[in-house]
Ligand binder design. Structure first.
Ligand code: ADP
Ligand code: MG
Length: 626
């Protein structure tokens, strides 16, 4: 007798549930996406115990008639795809038609819905089976409640993390959806406390304010660019806003939040030399293009995506963001700041939104204790809140300032506080001019003090020189001139292991392009007989060795990147270090050179070169003015 049997639908739903419904946040995601697909303009999510007890999603979308409502819970029931071509032209968030069936198979569901034309309907399901069905008075839209998730799959329940971790995932999803759809009003309530509320007025900066705080939203610069196939736009933070992990970069492709390693890397590259190492910007990037170019069908939760024509898209993104930040950077202003307290990133999302008074106080205290690193009654979770696969590298961020902590501005008020963002065009024109400065002196052999009409500057001489040298070397290394070579009296010889020698042989050309003229000498040996005249004196051998190391590390040299590395390396070697006293003339020369730099305000590592103290601020400090 044959052993193969066709699985019954209930069993296959339960198996699919393992794929689609991983945790409470996956249910939140699927239900909210359905509400979005139904054309809702207002979506409210209520969670009890992070969704483990119940998840309720209320929308004002199209609703369903009785036939559709009943059908929606069967596997592969979807109103969104009817023919094969549709699969390549997906505009809706859902299309697999398995979410409701999967969710229903592992929970107890109550659905109230009305299409606004017929009577409303209320259906109850348990473990995927309809247990009751009755007419009910209901306005147009849908209200779905998922209770006792995973009640019949105890194994899955066991794997769920603590309440905070689960809640963190849901907050993260809601934040991204709110950013993806600024024209929809979202609300997320947990155990009675509001964690997120957006106004649905279509203003992305206001959504950013609702999620990351008004202070950060004010420091976001708009960008946009278009190519033949793609349109990209969004907001990028000023270099002074930095984060310790990559979760603050949100990428949306045709309205869908996606994780895309290369796009993320491109964003980081756009900030090259503007941000300190291992710090990341806050960026909201929207990519729009023909759905044909974006294959979303590669991941069941549709988080990963394949993009065609990356060679066209990536430079478009990088240039748009880079141009925007270049034109908007200005000198950091001296601020009286308290020393940052380090707290684990994993609680960031819980910290930000102001809890409403109904929020369970004991739990809040436990969270606050945890933020302060104290022993807490809530079980410690080992899992960071969001995107665990990406955030493990940096677990610390600065504690939000007091203003952010107390932030509880309802979205409507935020509008007035946010000045209208300048358009990209405007910004390009007004690159911050270098101030007219009169040198006062030097302190601690480290900082130059220079004054102007309405205040003074402290200039970090080391950072200033690094910036000047960096720009000089970047130009030199950008096109190595064959006439600017100098022979070495004694050639340098290098020996490497056989596998390293293979890598080097494959990258001889790339090394040559940055001025390292490495010759294969056989038997894994190499020789260098000459180098560019402009290599920093006394550091020639060191530079050559470091560039070779760099190639060995990356295995396949990217010339553009190698040039950058070379320029940074050389600028560091030659710069005056701290505790070095300069004559007035030397200071004048330094500031004149700095004035000529493309970006005189940050060093190649992204640290500020100069800090401004305005007369007004100083007078305020001395209480001469109020
Ligand atoms: P998919 O979203 O992939 O089509 P789902 O299982 O999530 O599959 O939903 C099945 C169908 O149920 C949807 O195609 C849609 O027609 C209907 N539906 C689900 N949720 C809603 C809602 N909130 N409002 C209106 N229709 C809905
Ligand atoms: Mg769906």
């Amino acid at each position: 007798m044959g052993k193969i049997q066709i699985m019954d639908e209930w069993l296959s739903n339960k198996i699919a549930a393992g794929e689609v419904v991983e945790r409470p946040s996956s249910v939140v995601k699927e239900l909210v996406e359905n509400a979005i697909d139904a054309g809702s303009t207002s979506i409210e999510v209520f969670l009890e115990e992070a969704g483990l007890t119940s998840i309720q999603v209320t929308d004002n979308g199209s609703g369903m008639d009785e036939e559709d409502a009943l059908k929606s819970f069967s596997r592969h029931a979807t109103s969104k795809i009817s023919k094969e071509q549709d699969l390549f032209r997906i505009r809706t968030l859902g299309f697999r038609g398995e979410a409701l069936a999967s969710i229903a198979s592992v929970s107890k569901v109550t659905l109230k819905t009305s299409d606004g034309e017929h009577n409303g309907l209320e259906i109850q399901l348990e473990g995927g089976h309809v247990v009751s069905k009755k007419p009910t008075a209901f306005r147009r839209g849908t209200d779905i409640t998922i209770a006792q998730l995973f009640y019949n799959t105890p194994a899955r329940l066991k794997y769920l993390k603590t309440i905070q971790t689960e809640l963190g995932h849901s907050i993260d999803f809601m934040n991204r959806l709110a950013l993806a759809y600024p024209e929809i009003a979202f609300k997320l309530v947990h155990n009675g406390g509001t964690l997120l509320q957006t106004n649905g007025r279509g203003n992305v900066q206001q959504v950013i304010a609702a999620i990351y705080g008004v202070q950060n939203a004010k420091k976001m610069i708009p960008f946009s660019a278009e190519s033949k196939d793609y349109k990209v736009h969004g907001f990028a933070s000023l270099p002074e806003v930095t984060r310790a992990n990559k979760n603050y970069m949100s990428i949306f492709v045709n309205g869908r939040w996606v994780k895309h390693y290369l796009v993320q890397k491109t964003i980081v590259d756009a900030y090259h030399t503007y941000l300190p190492i291992e710090r990341y910007p806050l960026v909201v990037l929207y990519i729009e293009g023909d759905p044909y170019l974006t294959d979303v069908n590669v991941h069941p939760a549709k988080l990963q995506i394949r993009l065609s024509k990356e060679q066209e898209l990536l430079p478009l993104i990088q240039e748009a963001i880079n141009k925007a930040i270049r034109s908007a950077i200005h000198v950091p202003v001296a601020e009286k700041k308290e020393k940052p307290v380090r707290i684990p990133t994993e609680q960031m999302n819980l910290w930000k939104p102001a809890p409403s008074p109904t929020f369970d106080e004991a739990k809040i205290n436990a969270i606050v204790d945890k933020l302060n690193g104290e022993q807490s009654i809530v079980k410690e979770s080992t899992q960071p809140l969001q995107n665990e696969e990406e955030s493990e590298e940096d677990l610390f961020v600065e504690k939000p300032t007091e203003i952010e902590e107390q932030w509880e501005v309802p979205p409507i008020q935020q509008e007035e506080q946010l000045s209208a963002p300048p358009s990209n065009e405007e910004v390009v024109e007004k690159k911050e001019p270098f101030p007219e400065l009169e040198i006062v002196g030097q302190i601690h052999g480290t900082y130059i003090v220079a004054q102007m009409e309405d205040g003074f500057y402290l200039i970090d001489q080391h950072a200033a020189q690094e910036r000047i040298k960096y720009e000089y070397f970047r130009e030199k290394v950008g096109e190595v001139n064959p006439n600017e070579r100098q022979s070495l009296l004694l050639p340098l010889t290098f020996h490497y292991s056989a596998d390293e020698a293979i890598i080097l042989k494959e990258n001889l050309q790339a090394l040559q392009e940055v001025g390292v003229f490495l010759e294969d000498f056989g038997q894994s040996s190499f020789v260098v007989r000459e180098h560019p005249t402009w290599f920093p004196k006394g550091f020639e051998q060191e530079i050559i060795e470091e560039l070779i190391e760099q190639v060995l590390k990356t295995r396949k040299a990217d010339v553009k990147k190698l040039r950058e590395d070379a320029a940074i390396m050389m600028s560091c070697k030659k710069s005056i270090k701290a505790n070095y006293y300069l004559t007035k003339e030397q200071m004048v020369v330094l500031l004149n050179d700095l004035r000529k730099a493309d970006n005189p305000f940050t060093c190649p590592h992204g640290r500020p070169v100069m800090i401004h103290f305005s007369t007004y601020e100083v007078e305020k400090m001395f209480k001469r003015v109020m």
